[in-house]
Design a protein around this ligand. Sequence first.
Ligand code: AMP
Ligand code: MG
Length: 475
Amino acid sequence: MATQPVAQPYLVGHSASATALLGLPPGALQSEYWQQILAGNQIAAGSQPLSSVYSGHQFGVWAGQLGDGRAALLGELVPPAGHGGVAQEIQLKGSGLTPYSRMGDGRAVLRSSIREFLCSEAMHALGVPTTRALCVIGSDHPVYREQPETAAVVTRLAPSFIRFGHFEHFCHHGLQPQLRQLADHVIARFYPECRTDTRLNGNVYANLLRSVTERTAGMVAQWQAVGFCHGVMNTDNMSILGLTIDYGPFQFLDAFDPGHICNHSDNQGRYAFCKQPNVAYWNLYCLGQALLPLIEDQDLTIAALETFKSAYPQAFDACMAPKLGFAAVRAGQRALVDALLQLMATDGVDYTIFWRRLSHWVQQPAAGATTPDAAVRDLFMDRDAIDQWLLQYSERLSDIPRGLAAILMLKTNPKYVLRNHLGELAIRAARDKDFSVVAQLLQVLEKPFDEHPALETFAAFPPDWAGSISISCSS
Ligand code: AMP
Ligand code: MG
């Protein structure tokens, strides 16, 4: 398969740490050679680009065959010996028509490419499992969506881009040898322990399902803890490795609203923030259905899926503990968190700013264990309620040195997340060929727990116009 060239490509942004992940020298992407390859204009020696077929459920409905409509896998890069990294697949998104483009043009627009690039690297820095992004290449190549735009190409990296939808595809078509080959490949490369696991009667494929269930539960728990809404949790957007994949209409919450819908195309709110754990479970059922011909036992399949019911709450508690300064999950923590989230929802409190301010409150030794802090209190309308909560929280903290709790909190509660309006600022500048905002944002998002005094504005409350940003599936 060939990628389609774009005229005069230019580098919009690149990630130094993703460059290093490939074992490439720091300045590599500045070169004409790499820019031509990553624009899809030239094929690197040894690369045979391919696009894969998959199917899937979109918005709860079987959507049939999909596939990489605009993604080309260039190959796998094995880092040099001694580098210590794992092999990464290199994929171009937006590099033109593929055998699975259906009615699409195989392209991706600049705005969605910048969002995917920045968010991939932001999530990685937050410790959330994700595909990585090496760079965005821009062009003046016209692309038509609701209005004329320009094409861009994102280079994505992951140990594998295999999705639930790949399994659904082969199952749906009754292609059992291919289904088995795919599962055996995934097990051999990524889940070798399933071969020797004695749980679930030692059924290798049931153990694969259980492992994917656990990883997916862990990933979604991290989304909920950091306030990330994916927006399009279709089964074709679910990674078999439990990585966050396919950044489209995603959003980091500004004001905390459990029912928040970040995808303008999601009329029913199927993928609302609070529904994400349930949707993950639903999607895992689709994967279970697809693996059933290999597992050959319905009860084992259900048993594998049932692990979600304990894995998710455990993972969520484990994510929330350090946000509160607890080194391990504490008795009564769930009630404390539930009460807090309720208050935050009622008053529409900014999610990221709350956690950061709470961390600083814990850090200030002068505050005393029970003195409510203005910076935290001021976020709430119901001051009595938050005072009460802070009192309860202080009691739970009383046997932990506050300095230690604060250290944990400040490296768990980010100061910088990729809010919609920040992405928008970077996109607007990039449209005028000013890529400095992309670079500045990347700088803070790569170190989201650090202070960046010169870029303090990126940590501020969203401006009023942020509420009018509308992000749909159009990309
Ligand atoms: P997404 O909503 O981005 O996950 O895309 C759903 C499916 O449509 C995937 O199979 C994509 O590869 C495909 N697709 C999305 N946009 C395009 C496009 N512009 N051209 C071709 N295929 C596309
Ligand atoms: Mg997709």
